[in-house]
Design a protein around this ligand. Structure first.
Ligand SMILES: [Zn+2]
Length: 201
């Protein structure tokens, strides 16, 4: 046994160095392969994804918070996308309201279906509940903003003025829980229909 042990040679320094380099190289190659695989996967998913982050633009009907429109605006898609009857009614009503010093500040008008879908998703994130979000934000298929038949008015004075006088031009508050949301819902001088409880209507 002693002679057998004495014949066992210890590995040379050169062999140890070779093994160390080989192991190190393998680790580096594995890491490089992993990084390549990850970046390929992420660029593939970015290219294929139908759910790239959507952020609403003015072309989608978004009106910046600090830049409400007048009803006379004839450039912004939120106004040009409105139904002509609604737009005419708003402009006529504005002529009467401005005698009282009231300016209708339009914070939302026509919206694209994509924008509406984004708003609903945003509300669901805010409320943490689709059921609650739907009380305030209609689905893309059910929104009168998407069809160009609704405007939201920002200032309380203007909202109250339209609630009091709007029916002379057929303008009505159509949701009980949205004091700011108006549609052309009757003929000029007609009676407004009773508002629906909320946007689920
Ligand atoms: Zn609205």
């Amino acid at each position: 046994m002693a002679s057998s042990a004495s014949r066992t040679r210890s590995p040379s320094r050169g062999r140890i160095a070779f093994v160390a380099v080989a192991v190190g190289l393998a680790v580096v190659l594995t890491a490089v392969a992993a990084v390549l695989a990850m970046s390929t996967a992420s660029s593939l998913s970015a290219g294929l994804s139908a759910h790239a982050p959507f952020s609403p633009t003015e072309a989608e009907g978004m009106i910046p918070a600090e830049a409400a429109l007048t009803v006379d605006d004839d450039q912004h898609p939120a106004m040009t996308g409105l139904d002509g009857e609604l737009r005419d009614a708003l402009r006529s009503a504005q002529r009467a309201a401005e005698v009282d010093g009231i300016v209708f500040d339009v914070t939302s008008g026509w919206r694209s279906a994509d924008y509406q879908r984004w708003l609903l998703g945003d509300a669901i994130r805010t409320y943490g509940s689709e059921a609650i979000a739907r009380q305030y934000v209609a689905s893309p298929g059910g929104s009168s903003h998407v069809t160009g038949h609704a405007v939201d008015i920002g200032s309380l004075d203007a909202q109250l003025w339209i609630i009091d006088h709007g029916r002379e031009w057929g303008l009505c508050q159509t949701y009980a829980n949205e004091r700011w949301h108006f549609e052309k819902a009757t003929d000029a001088g007609g009676e407004c229909p009773a508002p629906m409880a909320d946007a689920r209507g």
